[in-house]
Ligand binder design. Structure first.
Ligand code: SAH
Ligand code: SF4
Length: 354
């Protein structure tokens, strides 16, 4: 007998094709999607408009993946940070963040990460494994259970553990399921994928039919600094990265977000701000400044607040859209998430415009 598949790993068209191949009505795929993603049931038995025989057949071929809540930390600012345990015992982090009028979930795309960035706690784990589409979707579904009555997750950001473009095919499948109107019905504008700068995947992503906002972690304004911080810069240096961003097919009124970590004396001077402007000149972009989140023993330091403001001011005064990410959940950072690496990454944030 074939091994069973996680029902949440299939796109609507794949499920459609499966029903067809089984000699069943293909519209069943939409019904299943409705139950899984809109009703969020976790067993075929609960699907009322599916016959008993078909339920049995589905159970023979598919199963429902489930995350275990290994640790859940509530912050006084309303954000919730999760350490989820996967079926094989590995753990990932996700964060549910309340904003004034909506909720955002920050998801992980891998266990660990292969990119080796010098400042990042996840990098210390090395690459462990890719998450399947179902395991990425599960983070959204599980966090949704903690929403107040009537609320939904409006935004999803791929800024947790892992490099999403290193798990490219699963990322695309996940986006397709998320954006399917019979699935989670996310609008492309509400989903952001953050990459450390894998140039071939940036090019490929620009040509996909499924869309999402693109965020690029810049962090260094010349090759020397960026290579020190991010080894990926050896393969794809700033010239190649900026060229790929220049060629990236943006829809009208869309911009590329450049994430830029402010680290005392390493990236936070006005000279760096000047260089950043030169580097990105001609692009449609905005900058998201992230004051460095220190962890015990980290060699980089967070700048003083005045320096963060001065950096932002320099950009704003020159007409650049520049926001500062203020970490939410500061009060739980020490207590929570020490169990898995990556805990000091700033998943829990809101953006503060000037
Ligand atoms: N791997 C992807 C997405 C996850 S990292 C990427 O690198 O873009 C999400 C963001 O957190 C990145 O912009 C990264 O530069 C930043 N980051 C990682 N560790 C950090 C830390 N300790 N303090 C502040 N930002 C950090
Ligand atoms: Fe991976 Fe992103 Fe951390 Fe770099 S910053 S090691 S790409 S998760």
């Amino acid at each position: 007998m074939e091994t069973r598949r996680n029902i949440k790993d299939l796109t609507l068209s794949e499920l459609h094709a499966w029903f067809e191949a089984q000699g069943e009505k293909p519209f069943r795929a939409k019904q299943i999607f409705h139950w899984v993603y809109q009703q969020q049931v976790e067993r075929f038995e609960e699907m009322r408009n599916i016959s008993k025989a078909l339920k049995q057949k589905l159970n023979e071929h598919f199963y429902f993946s489930q995350l275990q809540r290994f640790e859940v930390c509530h912050s006084t600012d309303g954000s919730i940070k999760y350490a989820f345990e996967l079926a094989d015992g590995k753990k990932v982090e996700s964060v549910l963040m309340p904003h004034r009028d909506h909720y955002t979930v920050c998801v992980s795309s891998q266990v660990g990460c292969a990119m080796g960035c010098d400042f990042c706690m996840t990098a210390k784990m090395g690459f462990v494994r890719n998450l399947t589409p179902g395991e990425i979707l599960d983070q959204i579904l599980e966090a949704s259970k903690d929403l107040p009555e009537g609320e939904v997750v409006r935004n999803v950001v791929f800024m947790g553990m892992g490099e999403p473009f290193h798990n490219y095919d699963n990322l695309i499948t996940t986006l397709r399921i998320m954006q399917s109107d019979n699935g989670l019905n996310f609008s492309a504008r509400r989903v952001t994928v953050s990459t450390s700068g894998l140039v071939p995947q940036i090019v490929r992503f620009g040509n996909e039919t499924v869309k999402a906002g693109l965020a690029v972690s810049l962090n260094g304004v010349n090759d020397e600094i960026r290579t020190q911080l991010m080894p990926v810069n050896k393969a794809y240096n700033l010239e190649k990265l900026v060229a790929a961003c220049q060629a990236y097919p943006l829809e009208s009124r869309k911009r590329i977000t450049f994430e830029y970590i402010l680290m005392a004396d390493v990236t936070d001077s006005i000279e760096h701000a000047k260089r950043l402007l030169k580097l990105l000149h001609g692009l449609r972009f905005k900058v998201n400044l992230i004051p460095y989140n220190e962890s015990p023993g980290s060699k980089y330091k967070r700048p003083k607040w005045e320096q963060v403001e001065a950096f932002q001011r320099y950009l704003l005064d020159r007409g650049v859209v520049a926001t500062v990410r203020i970490s939410k959940g500061q009060d739980i950072q020490g207590a929570c998430g020490q169990l898995i690496q990556g805990s000091t990454k700033p998943e829990v944030k809101s953006e503060v415009a000037a």
